[in-house]
Design a protein around this ligand. Structure first.
Ligand code: EPZ
Length: 417
């Protein structure tokens, strides 16, 4: 298994370019199952999660071709309607093929996505919406089987603005009979990007990015070409790393609007943040001030940035509070940060972080994707050597993070054990 070794603290300086958003590309790959025509995705990063999604669509019969950074997908003949346990357990987002499969061929058999480190991650809202649209859903032996002669448009209220449920139902609505209205829908930029991809295929969608999305079902969708939005979480990770190491970094290829909550909080901590058209510059001199964050669905502070922000809080002056409202178990990074000297207490959904003078390098373990990012940032600020194990979690959402950080001045390397 590979691990990251960071020899000592550093000050990050320079510029770094972010890749296309993992959480935009995964639903777009699933959406390409809605048409028999060719879809071409440009600037697709080599991320493990993208590889898994490619496996999932290939397993149901899509032709997939990877040439450099573009991905060509053609689901002309879907010859299976089953997404196996082996694939789905690797990545929860595999579940996003359920809506497209029901819309395209009227049947799907998919393994129940297991929970993961950050929570049980149920799919009740996905199933509620699809059964309202006419799908006949049965559960058994760890699998979900769903059939639908023809999905029909319905008005669906989401008890929680679930990103995945909004995406699944939006894709299902594209080929349904009549109008589908998703109320209390997720408003994330990745939802808007998926809607733009679907619209280019001929879908009729209004309201993406608001809390109500209206989809008029059409007979057929065509192929198209698409470049996903930049990865706002990768960008936010480098912004926090720049600020907490007292550095000066330009994060390129971003949409500053997507990073407003992170920008606002870093400014509250005393960092300098300058927004350009497609870049953000973050610099900080000396210690940051404490700050409170509360994770919320977009446009609130993103849960995917909570652990990285907590690392910055560990070294801020004063007491900070991080409240995680989206997932029920997204504090696994705390025990690892405490091995490095962090002073954090957990009280239910709140973590109280007393800023400390310094962090010290230690052997730690990535428990999930964003926890791995938080520990990497901690290693960049810690005195002495930090070793981070289980970095396969990191490779799901960051391309060779050590190479980008090395370019910014970090003494970091990947060691294959
Ligand atoms: C997406 O996951 C992202 N993944 C996650 O990013 C992100 O943390 C999350 O949205 C929230 O922003 C992808 O886009 C591939 P949800 P998703 O459905 O769709 C509850 C990362 O680090 N819920 O919005 O699974 C659920 O339990 C990953 O890149 C239900 O109760 O998130 C959770 O508490 C981690 N019933 C909350 O909603 C449902 O049917 C948010 O889940 C569905 C969800």
């Amino acid at each position: 298994m590979a691990k990251l070794i960071i020899e000592d603290k550093c000050v990050l300086k320079g510029d770094v370019k972010v890749h296309s958003a993992k959480n935009a590309i995964l639903p777009v790959i699933a959406a390409s199952m809605l048409t028999p025509y060719t879809c071409v995705l440009e600037e697709v990063p080599y991320l493990d999660d993208v590889d898994i999604m490619e496996e999932v669509v290939k397993s149901i019969g899509a032709e997939v071709e990877r040439t450099n950074s573009s991905l060509t997908i053609k689901a002309e003949s879907i010859n299976s309607f089953e997404a196996t346990y082996e694939l789905v357990r690797k990545m929860r987002a595999s579940f996003l093929i359920m809506g497209p499969m029901l819309a395209r061929i009227g049947k799907v058999k998919i393994s129940l996505p297991g929970g993961c480190a950050i929570g049980t991650r149920p799919i009740d809202l996905h199933l509620k919406g699809l059964s309202l649209m006419g799908a006949n859903i049965t559960l058994g032996h760890g699998y979900i089987e769903a059939y639908a002669e023809k999905l029909r448009g319905e008005t669906i209220y989401l008890d929680f603005p679930s990103v995945g449920a909004t995406e699944n139902l939006m894709m299902a609505g594209c080929l349904a009979e009549g109008t589908t209205i998703i109320e209390n829908s997720a408003e994330e930029p990745e939802i808007v990007d998926l809607a733009s991809f679907l619209s280019k295929m001929g879908a009729v969608i209004k309201g993406a990015g608001t809390d109500t999305i209206r989809i008029e079902g059409v007979k057929e969708l065509k192929g198209t070409t698409h470049t996903a939005i930049p990865d706002r979480i990768e960008a936010g990770t480098y912004m926090v790393a720049a600020a907490v190491t007292g550095g000066d970094v330009i994060v390129e290829g971003v949409v500053p609007e997507h990073l407003k909550p992170v920008t606002a909080k870093l400014k509250e901590m005393g960092a300098e943040v300058q927004e350009y058209e497609r870049a953000i510059r973050v610099s900080a001199l000396g210690k940051l001030n404490s700050v409170d964050i509360k994770t919320m669905p977009y446009p609130g502070f993103p849960t995917d940035m909570q652990s990285q922000m907590m690392t910055a809080m560990c070294l801020a002056q004063g007491t900070s509070i991080a409240t995680e409202t989206v997932f029920e178990n997204r504090f696994m990074h705390i025990n690892e940060l405490k091995l490095m000297g962090a002073n954090i207490k957990v009280d239910g959904r709140c973590a109280i972080i007393e800023g400390c003078e310094k962090l010290s390098g230690a052997k730690v373990r990535a428990t999930d994707l964003r926890a791995g990012a938080a520990l990497t940032i901690a290693g960049l600020c810690a005195e002495g050597r930090t070793e981070i194990e289980d970095i396969f979690h990191l490779d799901r959402g960051y391309i060779r993070i050590e190479e980008k950080l090395k370019k910014l001045g970090a003494d970091i390397r990947r060691v294959e054990e």
